[in-house]
Design a binder for this molecule. Structure first.
Ligand SMILES: CC(C)(COP(=O)(O)OP(=O)(O)OC[C@H]1O[C@@H](n2cnc3c(N)ncnc32)[C@H](O)[C@@H]1OP(=O)(O)O)[C@@H](O)C(=O)NCCC(=O)NCCS
Length: 173
């Protein structure tokens, strides 16, 4: 997929280096289930699961490549929440790229793909209670707060959006 500033392509084995860099940043990891940087070996295990998810479900995480540099600056995608029936929108970006609307741009493309291409009826989003930036991304995309929940061994806020709900766009300045 292509957005204004990003190319999105399915994650691949060769993305290990970029992912290991992203997941070595304590600020990126702060609100993720691990809570702190993870080793390259653990990233490799996660990547194997991500590749398996694509094989099993035909969708999963995309690498987000920044158009100007063609460099992988993050990931986003639609994955089954703890292998259950709900599909979760998830994303993470390198810190220098935060605050530019890129997660929202990537997230909107993922929602479009899920609803329009895959015919999903409902997509959810979960965040740590303190992850206000991610909650703001979900709100900008039109997901609505549903409940407090417990996933990935952590308390979290649970948001959702149904097919047919108008996908919100970022207001112009
Ligand atoms: C969460 C994350 C993906 C957001 O990416 P991003 O590209 O900066 O997101 P966007 O620029 O599209 O939107 C961020 C919004 O949150 C707001 N925001 C940022 N920090 C905030 C904070 N501490 N409190 C409230 N709002 C905050 C921004 O102002 C912006 O909203 P605005 O457009 O109304 O001004 C990024 O911080 C990240 O990669 N974090 C680490 C991984 C992670 O937490 N992933 C999500 C797991 S649920």
């Amino acid at each position: 997929m292509e957005t204004e500033r990003l190319f999105l392509r399915p994650i691949e084995a060769g993305d290990l280096e970029s992912l290991a860099e992203i997941f070595s940043d304590p600020d990126v990891m702060h609100y993720l289930p691990a809570g702190a940087p993870i080793s390259r070996d653990r990233v490799n295990v996660a990547l194997a699961r991500w590749l398996e998810h694509w094989k099993k479900h035909g969708h999963g995480f995309w690498a987000a490549l920044h158009k100007p540099e063609r460099q992988m600056i993050g990931y986003c995608g639609l994955v089954h929440l703890e292998d259950g029936p709900e599909v979760e929108l998830a994303y993470g970006f390198r810190k220098p790229y935060w605050g530019q609307g890129l997660a929202t741009e990537a997230g909107r493309a993922c929602l479009w793909y899920g609803f329009q291409k895959l015919g999903m009826k409902r997509i959810v989003g979960i965040t740590a209670p303190g992850n206000h930036a991610s909650q703001r991304v979900l709100a900008k995309l039109g997901l609505q707060y549903e409940k407090e929940a417990f996933f990935y061994k952590m308390n979290c806020r649970y948001f959702s959006i149904e097919q047919g709900h108008p996908l919100k766009t970022i207001p112009e300045d």
